[in-house]
Design a protein around this ligand. Structure first.
Ligand code: SF4
Length: 764
């Protein structure tokens, strides 16, 4: 058998992905554990009773169930929970890292008050009652000054009980400024609201899908629950003889691209154009589901407005603008390949188009998601086995009514400082990415005075990080609830450390991409190791210490009683099994599925019509991104490259994860960027030599790694490195890609949809 270059790359990368889920690393770890027992300084767990506890992993939105093996009160091993509806026994490297988060470095051992300049790392330890009193004094003063609306919170997600507690605290106190870290969910929910009338997340029946076109989603490398997606991929491979297939659309040869049946290399940021090119072929050849389009869709055909003007529908718009030749010029994908993929997609049973670049954590343009989702509508694979569905939230017991005094009522009526929900961005609920621009330019409605941060690390994770840091530094009082000394905690004025994931209760709502409603319960499996408190308990204590009617909205003694009360009869199931799933869930049939005013799947988003410049703006479409910088100065395109071995969200890498990173990604402390050999020749770059990477947002010294699996003219930079906080295992290693990539604003939502940047590379 001959093995060509592509085959070789597939083999190597596929093996890498496979190893992540295979028993091999665990065996090696067992071996090294046995070996290291001979080191005198290795901590040896005490002998004693062994027990196994069920809990849920909260280190990413994947929602996996895990089991923790313990000796007495010492957690010693984490494994995937067998039978869990999401991961059924699998666990990823990050999930295993919970032990390190519990026992490893950079833990904040008790409440801290800043003693030096911001970011200097000088702290004074204070007791809990003093920490609560500090916040209480600050917040009460703002209420007295009529400035309650200048207090804001930022959480990593808006799902689950803790984010709801933050929302409630701000509402009872008197501020509308509740932010969540920007995520794919923000844009996905908007797209689904526009097309299907539900502001909700998409669920994919990956297990039963048979022809999956992934528009940049790293299906087996960190997207959704990677453990679940990897299993689904194994099933597709088993069904290959029946035509099961994964088509990966991506600019570089990621693990997912390497394992895919077809890898379509594409110019970065043009995925929506490709989706519309596929739609063109399907429509032109009349291979779409005509009954579904006729009976359950709106805006496919041309239509007439109340003034009698005729507007193009989706069909004519796509036929006119997105021929394979035109799309080939935009995307770089050959026209004949576009036609072949379109035909296969239209003919397959269980054809599924998936959005969400990389791990699917960053927002995308709303119209891009609409373009990709339009493919699911053309083949009518909505609310069917192997298709996409809009998942309902798991029902819980309603919370007691919110009590608001006059200050709270007046404060919450103020406009949000990020302009979400205003005339500027009427559809969006939270636009944290707008803040740097607004705060720095002084164009916000008013300055913020206090920021409470939980489960987010904006000083590290947001694009144009320098601008974010400058803007946040202008907020006089920042409170962090982090359990580890991340970049944001390091810039805070006060830290009220939360328990780590293995020390606390947490409800884990239906994870991203799940095909049925699921809830899991993260539980304290060991006693708190430090003088930390559950963030929910801290919030309840803060609420009870505030003036006015704030405390009346918080009748619970502590977070655990709140969780028990609101989870109702699900609590006992969650306690026993570790998860609850809606066994009988079946997606609504098409006559009930679409909950917008038309009751139909809307290719033409009628909600947008009133404020749109033209009717065309209400259809799925591709818009060329306006990248900053001149092409002659920045002739290359820089794209972020995500990996399962590098956590790049609010939870950072453990030393174990960093140890698995290849030398071609991080060599000593130098970050390597992937460059095609043709690019290297054109720009005078040499393999393994240092170069200066410049973008309109910053510069960084990087090492060149020549790689055939990246398009000429494109440079891939790994994400998840370049920390300036945490411990010696993370700090100062590599470069933070967010320093080099600036914001690209989505006109429809105001979200930052940046997928890359113009760049240059010069040998040094
Ligand atoms: S995929 Fe996410 S939730 Fe699942 S084990 Fe890994 S980190 Fe935990």
């Amino acid at each position: 058998m001959s093995l060509g270059r592509r085959g070789f790359l597939q083999f190597c990368l596929g093996a890498g992905a496979g190893i992540t889920f295979s028993p091999l690393p665990w065996k090696l770890m067992d071996d090294s554990a046995i070996w290291t027992q001979n080191w005198p300084w290795t901590p040896v767990p005490p002998g004693g009773e062994v027990s196994i506890e069920k809990t849920a992993c909260t280190l990413c939105p994947g929602g996996c169930g895990i089991t923790v093996r313990k000796v007495k009160d010492r957690a010693i091993k984490i494994e995937g929970m067998k039978g869990h509806p999401i991961n059924d026994g699998g666990v990823c490297l990050l999930g295993m890292s919970a032990l390190y988060k519990l026992y490893g470095g950079a833990r904040i051992k008790g409440p801290l008050k800043r003693a030096g300049k911001r970011g200097e790392g000088k702290w004074e330890q204070i007791p809990w009652n003093a920490a609560i009193a500090e916040i209480s004094k600050e917040l009460n003063q703002k209420r007295q000054d009529g400035l309650s609306h200048t207090v804001a919170s930022m959480t990593g997600t808006d799902r689950g009980t803790v984010p709801q507690l933050f929302k409630r605290l701000l509402a009872a106190y008197g501020s509308p400024n509740v932010f969540t870290a920007p995520s794919l969910q923000d844009s996905e929910r908007l797209a689904l609201k526009l097309m299907q009338g539900d502001y909700a997340s998409a669920g994919y029946d990956l297990e039963n899908a048979r022809y999956v076109v992934s528009f940049g989603a790293s299906i087996i490398d960190g997207w959704g629950s990677p453990v679940r997606a990897f299993r689904a991929h194994t099933r597709w491979a088993e069904k290959a003889a029946e035509g099961a297939k994964l088509v990966q659309v991506e600019a570089c040869l990621s693990n997912t691209a390497a394992k895919a049946d077809t890898w379509l290399t594409i110019k970065p940021g043009t995925e929506a154009a490709l989706a519309l090119g596929l739609a063109h072929v399907i429509i032109k050849e009349k291979s779409y589901n005509k009954a579904f389009i006729r009976d359950y869709c709106l805006g496919f055909e041309d239509w007439q407005d109340s003034g009698g003007t005729v507007h193009k529908g989706f069909k004519q718009s796509v036929l006119k603008e997105y021929s394979p030749d035109a799309v080939s010029r935009i995307t770089g994908v050959p026209a004949d390949r576009i036609s072949v993929i379109a035909r296969e997609f239209a003919q397959a049973k269980g054809a599924l188009a998936v959005w969400g670049r990389g791990k699917g954590t960053r927002p995308m343009a709303v119209h891009d998601i609409m373009a990709i989702h339009a493919l699911n509508a053309l083949v009518a694979n909505i609310n069917k086995p192997g298709g996409v569905t809009v998942l309902p939230d798991v029902t819980t017991v309603p919370w007691p009514s919110l009590v608001q005094d006059d200050i709270a009522k007046s404060g919450t009526k103020q406009p949000r400082v990020d302009r979400a929900g205003t005339d500027a961005f009427p559809l969006s609920e939270s636009l944290f990415d707008q803040l740097p621009k607004l705060i720095k330019g002084g164009t916000g409605e008013y300055p913020l005075s206090v920021l409470l941060v939980h489960g987010a690390n904006p000083y590290y994770t947001e694009h144009d990080r320098t601008a974010v840091a400058e803007a946040l530094d202008r907020i006089p009082f920042i409170v962090s609830f982090s359990s580890r000394m991340d970049e944001t905690a390091n810039h805070a004025d006060l830290i009220l450390p939360n328990h780590t994931s293995l020390e606390r209760y947490e409800d884990v709502p239906t994870p991203i991409s799940s095909s049925l409603p699921v809830m899991s319960l993260s539980r304290p499996v060991v006693s708190p190791q430090c003088d930390t408190r559950h963030v929910g308990d801290s919030l309840i204590a803060i609420a009870k210490s505030l003036d006015g009617s704030v405390a009346e909205s918080f009748p619970w003694d502590d977070y655990e009683s709140l969780l028990k009360a609101t989870l109702g009869d699900k609590w006992s199931v969650l306690e026993k099994e570790g998860y609850w799933k809606d066994e009988g869930y079946t997606p609504a049939d098409w006559s009930q599925a679409f909950r917008n005013a038309s009751g139909k799947f809307e290719f033409l988003a009628t909600t947008l019509l009133a404020g749109a410049k033209s009717a065309k703006d209400c259809l799925p479409q591709y818009s060329r991104a306006k990248l900053k910088g001149e092409e002659f100065m920045y002739p290359l395109i820089l794209i972020p490259c995500e990996s399962m071995r590098l956590a790049d969200g609010p939870v950072a890498n453990s030393p174990l994860m960093t140890k698995t990173v290849a030398d071609t990604v991080l060599k000593n402390d130098d970050l390597c960027v992937e460059v095609n050999p043709k690019t290297a020749i054109a720009h005078g770059l040499t393999d393994e030599r240092m170069a200066l990477l410049s973008t309109p947002k910053g510069k960084a010294k990087v090492k060149i790694h020549l790689f055939d699996g990246i398009q000429p003219g494109v440079v891939a930079i790994p994400t998840g490195l370049g920390h300036t906080a945490y411990d010696d295992y993370l700090k100062g290693k590599g470069v933070n890609s967010n320093d080099l990539i600036g914001m690209i604003e989505d006109e429809a939502s105001g979200l930052d949809i940046a997928w890359g940047s113009r760049a240059s590379l010069k040998s040094i």
